[in-house]
Ligand binder design. Structure first.
Ligand code: URP
Ligand code: ZN
Ligand code: ZN
Length: 483
C-alpha cells in the first residue's frame, strides 16, 4: 500500500511567509507531508517549473442571492465553477435577510441551494432588518452554527441600516463572537447627489461616480469605525476603493483598533473612466463604491504592501449585461441610478492580481498568497483548515504557471454572465490545475469538480476577533455593566 494518495512533485511551494522547493503529499484530502523524497504514492503529479499555491479564499462573493434587486446570473453551481477555474477553493457568500423577513429561513434555504457548490463555502449573514427576533434569536443560533460574520449596509434603499440599527447589530455580533463586515457609504449624500444629477439630466453611466464620490465613502468609513470603537467590536470594511478610506483605516489601526480593510481587484485595475465607455458599455462597470483614479490605485498598492489592507476579494456580484433581467433591467440605455450595481470577478481575481502584482513586480509571491488566501482565511476563522499548505490543512491547492499568458475572454470565466470587465486582458500567470481536498476541480481548461463536491465550513470562535475590552467610558454598553 502506498504511503500517500497523491504527491505533487517538482514544484515550488509559495506560502504567506516562504517560497521553497518541495513536494506536497496528500492523504485523505489533507496535506500529509511537505518536503523531499516523501515516499510512495498512488498518484504522482509532475509540477516541474510550476508554483504550488494554497487554494484561493474569496470572502466576498454574491451567488444565487436575493435582495439586491435584479436577478444574479450565477447560481452556486455556475459561480463555484468560476471559482475553481480561477484557482479559488473556498468562497464566503451572503445569506441575505429580506426586509421584514426571517434571516434564519433564508439561511436554511441558502444551505439547500449551496449543496450544488463545487468548492467549499461558508456564509456571511446580511442583516437588513434588525428586529429583536433577528438579534436575539436568529443571529445567535446562526452564528453558533458557524456563520461567524455579519454584514451591514450603510447605503442602498431597502437594505441599509441607520446608525442606531447598526449599533444594535454591532452589539449582537459582540455578544455572539462574530466579525461585522460593512458596506460603508453615506446614504443621504449619495441620494441627494443622485437627485441633483437626475434633475440636471446627467444620467449616463459616468455620473454613477459623481453620485458616489470618495468623500461619501470616507465619511461612512470614519463613522463605522467610530461606532465600532464605541462598542469595542472588530470590523472589516468591505471594498475600500481609494486612498481616503484606506487612510481612515490606517489611523484606526494606529490607535490599536481591530479594524481591517478589504479591497477588490477592480479597484486596482479599473478607474471611473471605464464608466465613460461608448454607448451603454459603461454600465458594465457600475458597482459600488465606484472605481476611482489611477492615484487611488497607486495609493491602494501602498496600503496593501504596508499591511493596512489585508484582503483582496472579488465582490463577485454578477448580473448579465445584455439582458432585461440584468444591467438593462430599466432599459437600454437607463439612467445610472436604475442600473444594478455589481460585476463578475471570481475567476479573474487571481490571474489579474498575479499579473498586476507579482509579474509586474508590485508585490512578492508571499504577499500575493497572504492577500488572496491566508489573510482572508485567518480573518474569517477558516485558518488553518484553509489558506495554508501546512501538514493537517485541507489539500486545497493550485498548480500555477507563473509565465502562462492568456487573453481573457468571457468563456474562460466559466460563469453565468455574458461579459467580463477584463475581456482582452493579457495575463502573465494562470492556474493550470485547481485541487479541492486533494480532488481536481479544474484541469486548466475544463471545470471537472462535481456540483455538490463543496462542503459547508462551520467557523468556530477564534482569537483574532476577540474584542479589546476597551470602551470609551467605564460603561460596557453592550453588556450594560460598569467596570
Ligand atoms: O456593487 C456592488 N458592490 N454590488 C454588490 C453588493 C455590495 O455592495 O457588496
Ligand atoms: Zn457592498
Ligand atoms: Zn458585495
Amino acid at each position: 500500500m502506498a504511503d500517500y494518495d497523491m504527491i505533487v512533485r517538482g514544484g515550488t511551494i509559495a506560502t504567506a511567509s516562504d517560497v521553497f522547493r518541495a513536494d506536497l503529499a496528500i492523504r485523505d484530502g489533507l496535506v500529509a507531508a511537505v518536503g523531499e523524497n516523501l515516499g510512495t504514492s498512488a498518484e504522482v503529479i509532475d509540477a516541474s517549473g510550476m508554483l504550488i499555491l494554497p487554494g484561493g479564499v474569496d470572502t466576498h462573493v454574491h451567488l444565487e442571492q436575493t435582495g439586491l434587486g435584479p436577478e444574479m446570473c450565477d447560481t452556486w453551481e455556475s459561480g463555484t465553477a468560476s471559482a475553481a477555474a480561477g484557482g479559488t477553493t473556498t468562497v464566503v457568500c451572503f445569506a441575505w435577510q429580506p426586509k421584514g423577513g426571517s434571516l434564519a429561513a433564508v439561511a436554511a434555504d441558502y444551505r439547500i441551494k449551496a449543496q450544488k457548490a463545487r468548492v467549499d463555502y461558508s456564509f456571511h449573514l446580511t442583516v437588513t432588518d434588525p428586529t429583536p427576533e433577528v438579534l436575539e434569536v436568529e443571529l445567535p443560533q446562526l452564528i453558533a452554527e458557524g456563520c461567524r460574520s455579519v454584514k451591514v449596509f450603510m447605503t442602498y434603499d431597502g437594505v441599509r441600516l441607520d446608525d442606531r440599527q447598526v449599533l444594535r447589530v454591532l452589539a449582537a455580533a459582540r455578544r455572539n463572537e462574530a466579525l461585522v463586515c460593512v458596506h460603508a457609504e453615506n446614504h443621504d449624500l449619495i441620494a441627494w447627489l443622485t437627485e441633483q444629477l437626475v434633475s440636471a439630466e446627467l444620467t449616463v453611466p459616468k455620473f454613477h461616480a459623481y453620485a458616489k464620490p470618495m468623500i461619501a465613502e470616507r465619511e461612512a468609513v470614519y463613522r463605522i469605525i467610530s461606532l465600532a470603537e464605541a462598542l469595542d467590536v472588530p470590523i472589516q470594511i468591505f471594498h475600500v476603493s481609494g486612498a481616503q478610506s484606506a487612510e481612515e483605516i490606517a489611523r484606526a489601526q494606529a490607535r490599536g483598533l481591530k479594524v481591517w480593510g478589504e479591497t477588490c481587484v477592480h479597484y486596482l485595475t479599473l478607474t471611473a473612466a471605464d464608466l465613460d465607455r461608448p454607448g451603454f458599455e459603461g454600465a458594465k462597470y457600475i458597482f459600488g463604491p465606484p472605481a476611482r483614479t489611477e492615484a487611488d490605485q497607486e495609493a491602494l498598492w501602498g496600503y496593501l504592501k504596508r499591511g493596512v489592507i489585508e484582503v483582496i476579494s472579488s465582490d463577485h456580484s454578477p448580473t448579465r449585461f445584455d439582458d432585461p433581467k440584468g444591467k438593462k433591467f430599466a432599459g437600454d440605455p437607463a439612467p445610472f441610478n436604475k442600473v444594478p450595481n455589481g460585476i463578475p470577478g471570481l475567476a479573474a481575481r487571481l490571474p489579474v492580481l498575479f499579473t498586476e502584482g507579482v509579474s509586474k513586480g508590485r508585490i512578492d509571491l508571499q504577499t500575493f498568497v497572504r492577500l488572496t488566501s491566508t489573510n482572508p482565511a485567518k480573518l474569517f476563522g477558516l485558518f488553518p483548515q484553509k489558506g495554508s499548505l501546512a501538514v493537517g490543512s485541507d489539500a486545497d491547492f493550485v498548480i500555477w504557471d507563473p509565465e502562462k499568458a492568456v487573453t481573457l475572454t468571457n468563456a474562460l470565466m466559466h460563469h453565468g454572465g455574458d461579459y467580463t470587465p477584463y475581456e482582452g486582458y493579457r495575463t502573465q500567470g494562470y492556474p493550470v490545475a485547481t485541487y479541492l481536498r486533494g480532488h481536481k476541480v479544474f484541469d486548466g481548461e475544463t471545470v471537472v469538480g462535481a456540483a455538490g463536491g463543496g462542503r459547508f465550513i462551520a467557523r468556530e470562535p477564534y482569537p483574532m476577533i476577540t474584542p479589546l475590552q476597551r470602551f470609551p467610558t467605564p460603561f460596557n454598553a453592550v453588556d450594560g455593566t460598569l467596570t
